[in-house]
Design a protein around this ligand. Structure first.
Ligand SMILES: [Zn+2]
Length: 359
């Protein structure tokens, strides 16, 4: 091993050991494959891989499905876990296991998310689905000692009436574990304004609003247009991805003026070939401009080397420890579900860790 390899390996382990916060991760993309396999076995399920590729009978086959981007259909990849989250017990178990998985990476504050509209196959109501997931998260939090809050995602392909029902249910859980709503999934042909009436329902509430925006549109202009709509019309508190933000001073200024957190997911973007290289996002430039940059894992079990540590390691290799320290601070300062006292406490826990002594 040469000196630089050793240095990078130490850096990786040091980042892994750091106490961290995560604000953009999806429950159905953040589970341990062995765990999911044991649930399949316990329930005596015989589930097959798509395209007649045989029984899902090992964690390797689960990973093959999860990481088969461009080969398997998106809905099949996520459908394995959403299919297992249809009953009260299963919703609770998977939410609890998700927290255990996250806590194993030394994440002490978690804002996680899921879309309840995909969990109604056995007749549960939206309120029930949210309630059981919140119970599971709470059990996980008690077991691991970490703090969790929940963001309710809306799969944006749905119609506005269903979208409003999701928000109505989310509002009943404000101040009881749900801290925000989110717009997620296929962005093409589903611009943010389609869900304006649903987002409007939260304008006078305690729920924050975040949107997957400027991630996967065909053109640069459409990506920027969705970012602008998210800010001006949808009153975003957070915007995730925003791939082309670096190219528009106008949009950068808008984000800064409103104090909107940027939920960046570098390994997700790179794996899905939305960017060629992590540096394409120019997170260093955006942070220097005073955009509240956060760095997240999105769907860590769906990427090879895709944990929060891996994401932070990639940006730290590029931009150094000072950048890392500021980003970790932002994940707490711009958290949706923490009050000032809680932020102060968590910042004191995370800011003075050994790795930052010389920064
Ligand atoms: Zn996401």
């Amino acid at each position: 091993m040469n000196i630089s390899e050793e240095k990078y390996m130490n850096l990786y382990h040091n980042i892994q050991r750091l106490k961290k916060a995560e604000c953009h991760v999806h429950i159905d993309g953040a589970l341990d494959a062995e765990d999911v396999l044991s649930i399949i076995h316990k329930k005596n399920l015989r589930l097959n891989l798509p395209y007649n590729e045989g029984l899902i009978d090992s964690s390797e086959k689960i990973k093959q499905l999860w990481r088969g981007w461009g080969y398997y259909k998106f809905l099949d990849q996520f459908g394995l876990v959403t299919g297992l989250m249809q009953s009260p017990e299963d919703l609770k178990t998977i939410a609890k296991n998700h927290v255990t998985y996250i806590a194993s990476q030394n994440i002490i504050y978690l804002e996680t998310r899921f879309a309840p509209q995909y969990h109604l196959k056995k007749g549960l109501s939206l309120n029930q689905v949210m309630g059981y997931v919140l119970e599971g998260l709470q059990e996980g939090a008690e077991k691991t000692g970490i703090t969790t809050n929940l963001i309710i995602s809306i799969g944006r392909e749905t119609d506005i009436e269903k979208s409003k029902k999701v928000v109505k249910a989310a509002l009943t859980y404000q101040d009881r574990g749900v801290v925000g709503i989110d717009l997620a999934c296929e962005e093409n042909n589903n611009p943010p304004e389609k869900h304006y009436d649903a987002f409007k329902m939260t304008f006078d509430s305690n729920l924050k609003r975040t949107l997957h925006s400027g991630e996967m549109c065909e053109t640069f202009e459409e990506n920027l247009k969705n970012i602008e709509t998210s800010i001006d019309l949808m009153r975003a508190d957070g915007i995730s991805h925003a791939i082309n933000l670096r190219n528009s001073e106008y949009h950068i200024q808008k984000m800064i003026e409103k104090g909107i957190r940027l939920e960046s997911n570098p390994i997700s973007n790179k794996t899905l070939k939305i960017i060629n290289d992590v540096h394409d996002l120019r997170l260093d430039y955006l942070l220097n401009k005073r955009i509240p940059v956060t760095v997240n894992s999105d769907d860590p079990s769906m990427w090879s080397n895709g944990s929060l540590t891996d994401n932070l390691y990639e940006v730290t290799k590029l931009y150094g420890l000072d950048f890392l320290k500021k980003v970790l601070g932002n994940q707490i300062k711009y958290a949706f579900g923490l009050n000032d006292k809680e932020k102060k406490y968590l910042l004191s826990e995370t800011e003075n860790q050994g790795l930052f002594k010389d920064v």
